[in-house]
Design a protein around this ligand. Structure first.
Ligand code: AHR
Length: 510
C-alpha cells in the first residue's frame, strides 16, 4: 500500500485536549478508582492513588472532565465542600443506587488535576440546578475578589482561585439532563451561560450541550442558530455500541469476527458525524471559532458478568485499542473543528484506560494507544493520504443520524494521521483494522530527509487483553528493526509491514 505524508504541508493545530478523559461519579471511577482517601493502605497523595497519577502523567493526560455525565445534572456542588464529616450523604440514583458521601468534591478534583498536571473541565448542572447555583460555583472556583463565594473557598482552605478554563452548561439535556427540546435547551443555555462570569483575564471557555441520541443534525442546527454566538464549544456524544439495542450491547471480551468489524465500522462512523456536524457549524461559524467538543466517546458493552449493572464495568481488548486508534486518527484529521475529546471513562467505567482491583492496577490496550499518540498533542496536522480497501456494512448507522435510506457504510482497513511538532519532529500513527491480514506499507515522507527515532506497535489477537494476573499481555513493542528507511534530499522512503489488528507509531527527526 502506498502512503504519502507531506510534512511541509502544515494544517490545523492539534489541540492537546483532544487526548482528554472523562471521570464521573459512576461505579468505581472516582471512589475505589482514582480516589482511595488519605487513610488508605494503597500509596496515595492526599487520597489520590500514586500509581494511577503516575500512569496518567506518563500518558500526558491534558484535560479531565468531571463530575458527569448524567451525574452532573443531579450534582449540587455545595454538598461536596467543607469538612468531610459534615458533607451530605446522598444516593447516586442514576448510577447503581449507592451512597455518595461527597468526600470527593471541588477541592479534591482540582487537587487531582494538579497532581496529574492536566487542565480541569467542570460540567455544571442545568437539569436540576439553578442559575444562581451555577453562577456561584464559577465564582467559587475563579474569583480572586473579596466576595461571598471566594471567601467561602478561602474558609475551606484554598486562598487562590483555581482559574478554571473549561465549563459545560449542562449535559445531555435532551435526555438525562432534563429531556428538553433543542429550542428549549438553547434558551436555557443562553440564560445560564450569561451568568457564567469571567472573574479574571482568563476567560471561561463555555461549552453547550450537543447531540447524542437526539437527532444529531436538528440539535446542532438549532443550537448553532440560536446560541452559537454565546458559546465557545458545542459538545457531541457518540458511543460505539455493537449490539442491536441498549439491552443487548454485546460482550466486551467474547465476540465474533463479524462483531469485531461491526464495532470498528461503528467507531469509524464518528468521522461522518464530525464532518456533517462541522458542515452545519460552518454555516453559522465559518471561521471555525466554536470548537466541536467530543466530550463522551468510546465503546459501551454489556457489563462484566457478576458486576453491578449500574457500574458500567467492562474489560478492554485489542478491539478497543483499534477503536481508540481509529477515533484519535479521525480527531487529528478534524483538528480544525475538534478542539477537545474525552474518552468515557478514565478508570473502571466503559472504555477505561485503567482498571483496578484493590491495590492492583492494569493499563488497558486503550491506555497504550493514548500513550503512543501523545506526541501529536500540540503539533500541527500535516497532509497525508493512503488509499486502502474498505469493508462495507449496512448495519452501523445509528437512528439518530439517519436522514433516510442509507447506502452501506465504507470503512478503510488502514487509517492514519501525521503531524509535525514545533521542533520539527514528525509523528505518524497508523492502524491496521484487518483481523487476519498483515499490510505492507510503502510510505514516502515527501520533501524531507528524515531519520527514524521511534517505531512501536501494539498488536495481538482481536481478543487479547490485560488481566490482573497477566498485566502486560498487551503492550507496545519496538519494531524499529523491521522498518527500512531510505533518505534522500527530496524525500524519505520508509517500508514496513503492519501486523494484523495493530496500531503503530513512527517518529522521525527531519
Ligand atoms: O458515560 C456514561 C453516561 O453516558 C454519561 O453519564 C452520560 O452523559 C451518557 O449517556
Amino acid at each position: 500500500m502506498r502512503y504519502i505524508v507531506n510534512p511541509k504541508m502544515k494544517g490545523a493545530y492539534i489541540h492537546p485536549e483532544v487526548y482528554g478523559n472523562f471521570s464521573e461519579h459512576l461505579g468505581r471511577c472516582i471512589y475505589d478508582g482514582i480516589y482511595v482517601g488519605e487513610h488508605s493502605d494503597i500509596p496515595n497523595v492526599n487520597g489520590m492513588r500514586t500509581d494511577i497519577v503516575e500512569a496518567l502523567k506518563n500518558m500526558k493526560l491534558p484535560v479531565l472532565r468531571w463530575p458527569g455525565g448524567c451525574f452532573a445534572d443531579e450534582y449540587h456542588w455545595k454538598d461536596g465542600i467543607g469538612p468531610k464529616e459534615n458533607r451530605k450523604k446522598m444516593i447516586n440514583t442514576h448510577w447503581g443506587g449507592v451512597v455518595e458521601d461527597n468526600s470527593f468534591g471541588t477541592h479534591e478534583f482540582f487537587e487531582l488535576c494538579r497532581q496529574i498536571g492536566c487542565e480541569p473541565y467542570v460540567n455544571g448542572n442545568v437539569g436540576s440546578g439553578t442559575v444562581q447555583e451555577m453562577q456561584e460555583w464559577v465564582e467559587y472556583m475563579n474569583s480572586p475578589a473579596i466576595s461571598p463565594m471566594a471567601n467561602l473557598r478561602r474558609e475551606n482552605g484554598q486562598d487562590e482561585p483555581w482559574g478554571l478554563k473549561y465549563f459545560a452548561v449542562g449535559n445531555e439535556n435532551w435526555g438525562c439532563g432534563g429531556h428538553m427540546t433543542a429550542a428549549h435547551y438553547a434558551d436555557e443555555y443562553r440564560r445560564y451561560a450569561t451568568y457564567v462570569r469571567n472573574y479574571t483575564d482568563k476567560r471561561v471557555y463555555k461549552i453547550a450541550c450537543g447531540p447524542g441520541q437526539h437527532p444529531y443534525w436538528d440539535w446542532t442546527e438549532t443550537l448553532m442558530r440560536e446560541a452559537g454566538s454565546l458559546m465557545n464549544g458545542l459538545s457531541l456524544h457518540y458511543y460505539t455500541v455493537p449490539g442491536e439495542d441498549w439491552k443487548h450491547k454485546g460482550s466486551a471480551t467474547d465476540f465474533t469476527e463479524d462483531e469485531y468489524y461491526k464495532t470498528l465500522g461503528k467507531a469509524h462512523f464518528i468521522e461522518r458525524l464530525i464532518r456533517e456536524s462541522g458542515a452545519i457549524m460552518d454555516i453559522y461559524d465559518p471561521d471555525k471559532k466554536v470548537g466541536l467538543i467530543v466530550d463522551e466517546w468510546g465503546t459501551w458493552f454489556d457489563v462484566e458478568p457478576g458486576t453491578n449493572p449500574g457500574f458500567l464495568y467492562q474489560q478492554s481488548t485489542m478491539r478497543d485499542a483499534l477503536v481508540a486508534g481509529i477515533s484519535l486518527n479521525i480527531f487529528n484529521k478534524a483538528a480544525d473543528r475538534v478542539h477537545m475529546a474525552n474518552i468515557a471513562q478514565l478508570i473502571n467505567v466503559l472504555q477505561a484506560v485503567i482498571l483496578t482491583d484493590g491495590d492492583k492496577m492494569i493499563l488497558t490496550p486503550t491506555y497504550h494507544v493514548f500513550e503512543m499518540f501523545k506526541t501529536h498533542q500540540g503539533a500541527h496536522l500535516v497532509d497525508s493520504a493512503l488509499s486502502a480497501p474498505t469493508f462495507d456494512r449496512d448495519d452501523i448507522v445509528p437512528a439518530a443520524a439517519k436522514r433516510g435510506p442509507e447506502a452501506a457504510y465504507k470503512t478503510p482497513y488502514v487509517m492514519e494521521s501525521a503531524s509535525v511538532a514545533e521542533d520539527g519532529t514528525i509523528t505518524v500513527t497508523i492502524a491496521n483494522l484487518s483481523a487476519t491480514e498483515a499490510q505492507p506499507v510503502e510510505m514516502r515522507l515527501d520533501g524531507v530527509e528524515a531519520k527514524l527515532i521511534e517505531a512501536r506497535v501494539l498488536t495481538g489477537d482481536i481478543h487479547d487483553k490485560n488481566e490482573f494476573d497477566n498485566p502486560d499481555a498487551v503492550k507496545p513493542v519496538c519494531f524499529k528493526k523491521d522498518v527500512k528507511v531510505d533518505a534522500a534530499c527530496n524525500g524519505t522512503e520508509v517500508t514496513y509491514t503492519l501486523p494484523a489488528c495493530s496500531v503503530a507509531v513512527l517518529r522521525f527527526e527531519a
